[in-house]
Design a protein around this ligand. Sequence first.
Ligand code: ATP
Length: 273
Amino acid sequence: MSEDTAAGESDGAGTTSGVPLLALQGVRREFGGRGRTTTALDGVDIAVHEGRSVGIVGESGAGKSTLLRLMLGLDTPTSGQVTYRGQTLDRRDRARLKRFRREVQVVFQDPRSSLDPRMTVAQIVAEPLQSLRIGADQRERSARVDEVLGWVGLDADARRKYPAQFSGGQRQRIAIARALAPSPKVLVGDEPVSALDVSVRQQIMELLARLRAELGLTLVLVSHDVAIVGQLCEETVVLRGGRVEEAGETRQVLTRPASPYTRALLDAVPTLG
Ligand SMILES: Nc1ncnc2c1ncn2[C@@H]1O[C@H](COP(=O)(O)OP(=O)(O)OP(=O)(O)O)[C@@H](O)[C@H]1O
């Protein structure tokens, strides 16, 4: 079986089998030392199967940022493993790391800080293509920029403009276009709508849902907001104090939570309570 087909396949019954695309196995991450250790994550197991959407929710300090950094290969666990396509991320394996960098893209919370204000939109969106050496030449990369800008609802005029010339929602569309440019398999959202006005939040969520369906993306969404995860994700993982409190199909977790802690989280959200 090839690597591509080995990654988890849905059996059509809402469950998945096979090797997860992205996984954490017994992950522990400690910070500090000399008796002043903070355990940010403790024995975390999460499996993200290809094509699925998984939301990771937790309150402040639950370990979401730490988890996100580990999933993006920006940090390494104190113990346990982070795997992609069944293999541990290894910074020394250049070819595998390059593939991981291309296939796993992230959209951060605040496009004001994630987009370089001195670069035009065309430069911003083309940047991952250049750094990952995707596309034969400038012309091919430019065509790709036009294509992904179209996907997020920005027209060709946007190319020559700078981030400051756009609204918050449009800036997040630029960030999503940049993430999609290298044809990722996995889109990781780090609170991707939390910094936006409520009026545009829904539009960006619908855009993410549509792109995910059309492109067959695997979505990992990290958020403190249960309502956002409830709308966008098939599976939900509730993180509490660095541990997985509860995990399963979103329908199950959000309507019949096993844990009183999850119930309390839901009760704090008026639309879901
Ligand atoms: N670099 C670090 N050094 C020391 N402690 C850290 C570090 N990063 C995280 N921590 C600690 O690990 C725990 C989890 O932090 P983390 O930032 O992952 O939580 P979070 O769920 O993302 O919270 P928030 O929503 O407030 O960002 C916290 O107790 C935090 O203080």
